[in-house]
Design a protein around this ligand. Structure first.
Ligand SMILES: [Zn+2]
Ligand SMILES: [Zn+2]
Length: 417
């Protein structure tokens, strides 16, 4: 067996890892949303596809496979529903920006038609492979994939973490530990130690309360899938109810999430939170949300589009911006933090509203990754989904710990027999 990397190697984005054997299994097929959209380097011969979770850096180019070929796809049910939402949106954005997307709507349909949804813990056979998904604790429906194969030297267990979180979030339990022979792990935060989540939440809540008491708007730019549900639950749990508005795709994503209560640890909490929320449907309703004191939870998470750009230029002078997600280099979120400006329609806009950062990461940090690897106890560890610094540092650290570890580059092939 071999692994070949078409994306997501020494970078975050466009995850695409091919497990090559008698049959070729593609683990994720995503896009990288940078200044421009980047795709996996090519589309090799693929016999089946496994999607770890809905985020576009894992699912974003899956329709691209369904041009002439028609192969089975595996993942959880929420992953299909949430990916469809994000893929449709990606097509709409491309249309608005007059850019040519690399797939058509009918290919999203073909992908959905060939999709088999799996429950956590249930095994399905594909050729010589047995595929089992486990809870990754990252977002609703996110999965750690175990591929098992009978091998002349005994059973071979290949584990792909996708994005995972080892400790609990408000709506998700931590990732399930699965033993393996070869482990492919994300390394997004391999150089980081996340601060204590409870104190992050108390700081965030205190900051929002202060903003409200001054009659301002607390503006929370969020990713539609995952973070917006988590934030709504946190706000509700901490008594911040009655003045919360949700705009953009966060609404649809929350509705879909509520359709899969068994994939979240506290569905009642999310349901109560959404009942206390005012949904903004039309542009002209935004004025109500801007009438402080108010909390606005809206897309996009890195301020590269969506209603947040409208709000950010209109919130009153007592308002504050609360960032809770990773801001990729080159995005408005990053220039806002580092240089105090964002770019709207090609025009630089200085933003004087104070910004604070709250690390509510849905990813494992260095300690978590090391912990997971030790418990999974593989012979080989492959570090992906991290910039070159993070992936290489993780591989180095694991080597010191006695593992055979690699941080492959795009195009590399690793023998895992
Ligand atoms: Zn993700
Ligand atoms: Zn990811």
């Amino acid at each position: 067996m071999e692994l070949k990397f078409f994306g997501g190697a020494q970078e975050v984005g466009r995850s695409a890892i091919l497990l090559k054997d008698d049959r070729n299994l593609m683990l994720d097929f995503g896009i990288k949303l940078d200044h421009k959209t980047e795709y996996p380097t090519s589309i090799p011969k693929i016999d089946a596809l496994v999607i770890s979770h809905a985020h576009l850096d894992h699912s974003g180019f899956s329709p691209g496979i369904y041009n002439e070929v028609s192969v089975p796809a595996f993942g959880t049910m929420p992953t299909l529903s949430l990916s469809k939402l994000l893929l449709d949106d990606a097509l709409n954005i491309a249309k608005k920006q007059h850019t040519q997307p690399k797939f058509h709507k009918r290919q999203i349909g073909a992908f959905a038609n060939k999709y088999t949804s799996l429950e956590y813990g249930a095994t399905t056979g594909f050729g010589d492979f047995d595929i089992t998904l486990y809870d990754a604790g990252h977002i609703t429906g996110s999965a750690i994939t175990l591929v098992e194969k009978q091998h002349s030297k005994g059973n071979r267990r290949v584990l792909y973490t996708g994005d995972f979180k080892l400790s609990q979030q408000t709506l998700h339990k931590g990732a399930q530990i699965v033993e393996s022979d070869v482990m492919i792990t994300e390394s997004t935060y391999a150089l980081k130690k996340h601060p204590d989540r409870n104190s992050v939440i108390s700081n965030l809540v205190a900051g929002i309360k202060e903003t409200l008491s001054e009659g301002g708007t607390a503006l929370l730019p969020v990713f539609a899938v995952g973070r917006s549900q988590e934030i709504l639950s946190i706000l509700y749990k901490n008594g911040l109810t009655g003045s919360t508005f949700v705009d953009g795709m966060a609404k649809k994503a929350t509705t879909i999430t509520l359709n899969y209560p068994r994939f979240i640890s506290d569905p009642k909490l999310l349901e109560n939170a959404t009942n206390e929320t005012t949904w903004i449907g039309e542009k002209n309703e935004r004025r109500n949300a801007l009438d402080g004191p108010s909390i606005i939870v809206t897309t996009s998470g890195m301020l590269n589009g969506g209603p947040v750009l409208d709000y950010i230029t209109k919130i009153n002078k007592n308002s504050k911006i609360f960032l809770t997600g990773y801001q990729v280099e080159g995005t408005n979120g990053r220039t806002l933090i580092e240089k105090g400006y964002i770019t709207i329609d090609g025009e630089k806009r200085k933003i004087s509203t104070p910004v604070s950062i709250h690390d509510l990461s849905a990813h494992a940090d260095m300690d978590d990754i090391l912990n997971y690897v030790k418990k999974s106890s593989p012979n080989k560890v492959i570090c992906v989904h991290g910039d070159s610094n993070s992936a290489i540092s993780l591989a180095d650290r694991l080597t010191v710990e006695g593992f055979e570890a690699f941080a492959p580059k795009i195009g590399d092939t690793i023998n895992i027999d």
